[in-house]
Ligand binder design. Structure first.
Ligand code: AMP
Length: 420
């Protein structure tokens, strides 16, 4: 479907053509007409599908038509990075209009607080905000939401995972009742349906094929012991000179630190990103990664969702993500806008069960590769099946005899230690 068929105003069509969007993506084709009609909507779509433009374009169209004063649209998002990214897309698409937007995410200094205060007093048409920072501002009486006509919750599932439920409900309670509300989420988990029921009025539901990695990603899995992972990264990178943008996800800040150091010593162009780093440094790293000045970013999952960096050639999951949806989001960094990408995941013995859940979730069983011979053998894959478990074979070592896990995790045949 062509963008000209939506009835969007000329200024927006001009921006779309400057951005080289030739035809609407599936979510855009389905969502834009419904949003234009004024319906509430719940859209189940992952990042990389063009969902941002799907809600930004009709919103910008309405703002141009309605010629409202004060804040017209509030977009609530889980992370600062996503807030900045949506703001950038709005600025691009609104280039030929007179619409203004402001991202409110904090982490900055008094200067940014002051600028945010002005925007929230009615100085911007669109506010894109993270819940925590927005709530901090809302403690003051300058926040003026009386003119809000559109509410958008993006990556709603992520916001609930982080624990923003009460904040979101609190924010929404301060908005005018007469408004259009849109909610986007990568999944339709029961908690999302509950939130949708509370805030949306007779919503149109749009479901894209959810939680499947974008077509075009080649997925590989290595069974690797913890001590083999760093040598394996070096091995993989050794013959990937033509891969210009690479992200490596680790489960902890410490691993990010260590791996970044190892790769720096190997003279790779590499930077680390985790929540330990100051916001300003995180932004700098992202900028230089986008500009292809930094080739490799090692990150915890602050980067896993929603961040739009084009043409990442390779994602390495140094550790298996806890949440199957995170796996999809991470490898969604590659193969965006229909390009090809490679995603490699390292699975150690402890993570086999977790990885099996991912395979069940995406409904793909992957070939499990052994590390190259010179790194020695990795662990053997063991499928968690009722038979294996009955026979005492535990595919995840936490349940092996002797594991001193949390209360309740202890294998049944292990005697409780006598009370002293
Ligand atoms: P999103 O899913 O919103 O994160 O968008 C993913 C990327 O696709 C962004 O870089 C958009 O600029 C780009 N994009 C969005 N819509 C289109 C389209 N219709 N044609 C080509 N690229 C698009």
């Amino acid at each position: 479907m062509k963008f000209t068929e939506f009835g969007l105003n000329e200024d927006l069509l001009e921006a779309i053509s400057y951005m080289n969007f030739e035809k609407a993506s599936e979510i855009q084709e389905k969502a834009i007409p419904e949003i234009m009609k004024g319906h509430d909507l719940i859209g189940c779509a992952q990042t990389g599908t063009g969902k941002t433009a799907a809600f930004v374009l009709p919103t910008l169209h309405k703002i141009a038509e309605e010629k409202t004063k004060g804040i017209n649209t509030l977009v609530v998002v889980p992370t600062r990075e996503l807030a900045m990214q949506i703001d950038q897309q709005i600025q691009g698409l609104a280039y030929f209009t007179h619409t203004s937007s402001y991202a409110v995410y904090g982490g900055g200094d008094g200067v940014s607080w002051e600028a945010e205060r002005r925007a929230l007093s009615g100085g911007a048409d669109i506010i894109i905000a993270t819940p925590g920072r927005l709530i901090s501002h809302m403690m003051n009486d300058y926040v003026n939401f009386s003119t809000v006509k559109h509410l958008i919750l993006d990556e709603a599932d992520r916001m609930l995972d982080i624990g923003f439920y009460d904040d979101i409900v609190n924010i929404i309670s301060k908005l005018p009742k007469d408004r259009q509300s849109l909610m986007f989420s990568a999944t339709m988990a029961p908690k999302i349906r509950k939130l949708a029921k509370e805030i949306l009025k007779s919503p149109i539901e749009i479901n894209l094929a959810v939680s499947k990695p974008a077509a075009g990603v080649t997925q590989k899995v290595y069974l690797a012991n913890e001590s083999q992972k760093t040598p394996l990264v070096k091995d993989i990178l050794a013959d990937k000179d033509n891969f210009k943008s690479i992200i490596i996800f680790c489960s902890t800040k410490k691993k990010v630190e260590q791996l970044t150091r190892v790769l720096k010593n190997k003279r790779y162009s590499v930077a680390g990103v985790s929540s330990d780093y100051e916001q300003e440094i995180r932004e700098k790293v992202l900028l230089s990664f986008r500009a292809r000045t930094t080739r490799i970013v090692v990150a915890t999952d602050v980067l896993s969702r929603g961040i739009d960096i084009k043409d990442i050639n390779l994602v390495i999951n140094y550790d298996v993500p806890n949440d199957p949806e995170d796996y999809v989001h991470r490898i969604g960094r590659t193969a965006r806008a229909e390009t090809k990408g490679l995603a490699i995941t390292f699975v150690n013995e402890d993570d086999m069960r977790k990885f099996q859940r991912i395979e069940e979730f995406i409904e793909i069983q992957m070939e499990k590769l052994q590390p190259p011979e010179h790194l020695g053998p990795g662990p053997q894959w063991m499928q968690a099946s009722p038979k294996n478990i009955r026979n005492g074979k535990r595919p995840w070592s936490k349940n092996k005899p002797g594991f001193k896990g949390k209360k309740g995790n202890a294998p049944r045949h292990q005697k409780p230690s006598p009370k002293k």
